[in-house]
Design a protein around this ligand. Structure first.
Ligand code: MN
Length: 226
């Protein structure tokens, strides 16, 4: 058997650039909107937390996604995605923007049944969150100097019916706070993505469903479950 020499590089298109961004790691924030934390059975007051997906879970630009194996409760979660352009550890919140290349809309696909089993048994979330093609993401928009990251409509529709509709102002940890907090655990590096958590309204997908996800001012993301 041949020894694998090069990994397949996961990349995301950057709007207006010929150079795609190579994805290094994917970090995700759990329960960063109080109303979603409550719909997941919490009281909405526990602090958010982090988990990860492999870089090659990215599905650049969306498109067809096969209904995954080992689940019968496959959920969508629309999220603001931060693309890190400059690395650092212990980044102060006030300096967080200096590390952001751009932003995008993504969907954190989740095997909700496996997640519930893992939570109940105190086991890791990996197989519920970090599976193949679990992170479809639209192209990255480079952050303009005057682009505010403290508000903006975010939403998701399934077959034309709006299922999630919120504002990123409702995030418990702001973008700056997420970068500051995460960079106390790990040194962030260029190419890292951060999925910043989903608002309320998560639900199940079935084969044939067409999903549209958006954030005000950014390219939309469309996926179809096949
Ligand atoms: Mn999520």
């Amino acid at each position: 058997m041949k020894i694998p020499e090069t990994a397949t590089a996961a990349t995301l298109t950057v709007v207006g650039s010929d150079t795609p961004m190579a994805i290094r790691r994917i970090f995700c924030v759990g329960q960063n909107y109080a109303e979603h934390a409550r719909e997941m059975g919490g009281d909405g007051r526990a602090p958010p937390f982090f988990f990860t997906k492999p870089a090659d879970a990215i599905v650049p630009g969306g498109g067809d996604i096969a209904y995954p194996p080992r689940t019968s409760n496959f959920h969508y979660e629309v999220e603001l995605v931060i693309a890190i352009g400059r690395g650092g550890a212990d980044i102060p919140a006030a300096a967080a923007r200096d590390h952001v290349l751009g932003i995008a809309v993504g969907v954190d696909l989740t095997r909700r049944d496996l997640q519930a089993e893992a939570k109940a048994a105190g086991l890791p979330w990996d197989m519920s969150k970090a599976f193949d093609r679990s992170a479809p993401c639209a192209p990255i928009t480079v952050l303009a100097a005057d682009r505010r990251l403290d508000s903006g409509a975010i939403g998701l529709a399934v077959n034309g019916t709006i299922r999630q509709q919120a504002d990123i102002a409702d995030m418990i940890w702001s973008v700056d706070e997420i970068i500051a907090e995460l960079s106390t655990y790990v040194a962030l590096a260029p190419g890292d993505l951060i999925f910043t958590g989903t608002p309320a309204g998560v639900g199940a997908l079935e084969r044939g469903d067409r999903v549209r996800a958006w954030i005000e001012g950014l390219p939309e993301l469309e996926i179809e479950i096949v």
